[in-house]
Design a protein around this ligand. Sequence first.
Ligand code: PLP
Length: 500
Amino acid sequence: LDADKFRRQGRQVVDFIADYYACIDDYPVRPDVAPGFLTGKLPETAPYTVEPDALTAALRDVRELILPGITHWQSPRHFAHFSATASNVGALGEALAAGLNINPFTWEASPAATELEVVVTDWLGKALHLPEKLLFAGGGGGTLLGTSCEAMLCTIVAARDRKLAEIGEERMGDLVVYCSDQTHFSFEKAARIAGICRGNYREIPTCRESGFALTAKALQAAVSADEAAGRVPLFLCATVGTTPTSAVDPLRELCAAVEGRDVWVHVDAAYAGAACVCPEFRHNIAGAEAVDSFSTNPHKWLLANMDCCALWVRQPTALVAALGTDGDVILKDAVVRSSQTGVVDYKDWQVALSRRFRALKLWLVLRCHGIDGLRAVVRSHVCMATAFECMVRADARFEVPVPRQFALVCFRLRATAALPGEDKLPCGAVDDVTANNELNRRLLEAVNATGRVYMSSAVVGGMYVLRCAVGNSLTEERHVREAWNVVQKQAAVVLAIKNK
Ligand code: PLP
């Protein structure tokens, strides 16, 4: 790396990014492009020889060819999925880590990186009001992975091996895992990779009355039925902030339902875990003292740019027993020294050997924003989502069929929505679920086609709902108001077509 060249090129890239953010609002949030639009514009092979100032030319390609085809996740009018909340220091932390380009798989491979990860996961755990048992300070410990799916996979294999060591490997086919029908699909993927039989994956139904949260009664019934059939309950994935509606599974009741059965309880709080930085949201993880592991994605709502998933476990030895290796010939000495000194070798807490220096970015975010700064971000998003919810509720054509949770509002046109201009709802209209779902699907399509706003959808309890997730750093109240205006305008259009 040539320092002078790096300085010059670094400035070019920083300027490029700053220019992008300065006019991000001018782009349609979701690009209007057809499949293959980019492939046809790029050469079939990489260049053999390049121009003297290849970076300048490449940045021009990014501006002219690539930017028109990206979905602008950082647009203040991106309300789809869950956010990927960005920050200056989140981006610069990524740059710092990429610049140092280290690979801290063992303590010895980079002592400061390992120790920073130990410190920063305890910092974040304390900031989120996690039980002490999950922190290094309380005998547990945390690590930084890329995604929640990895956190699920690592914890299932830890639970699996702990259980099989007790009951014998020949019982693998009897192991059962539990979740709700609202659990993120990545849990099914993780269970499959961990070797859980497809027939032993229990997706327990939820309902509107319980706010689409998993109930202890339903879990208890499923577990008892499996035990009666000679199967072995292994793992429960409870979610705090489900993907479709951000429902919260009641941790205390669920842990009580499996108490005494040695079921590993994992909490997937990929999105909503961040809210626990605010004491007023801590009740959502009441009962977490009894769980075995907890994960959340600081890249979703805590200003840590992609990617960063924090996982805490109560018993790190279970993780290491499943994922640890003695090290090949090259690493053996370092691994032996680690075990003698009791330091963490993070390669044994994850699937791969190599790893990124994510701790630097997360530390930088916590160091530069402070816990109060993170609280302010969460509160402002919740406040804007509350304002959006109020606007929806004030329009009789719409309903909010599930309570707003955190900064996610799920809403839809009622089946009985009035004709534009009418303020009374037609009496006795039949709620034709399929037709209404189709109407709302068309509404979302129309809203997104404007390019001014991007929202997403979910189907819960047979209902198609639009999802407005507030969570971008650049989003202000005026963007939320504008988003609602777009929805209202497009609703008038789709209703007019429907009522023709
Ligand atoms: N769990 C929940 C509740 C999610 O909302 C998501 C993604 O949005 C995931 C898990 C998957 O996260 P990842 O992409 O980090 O695996």
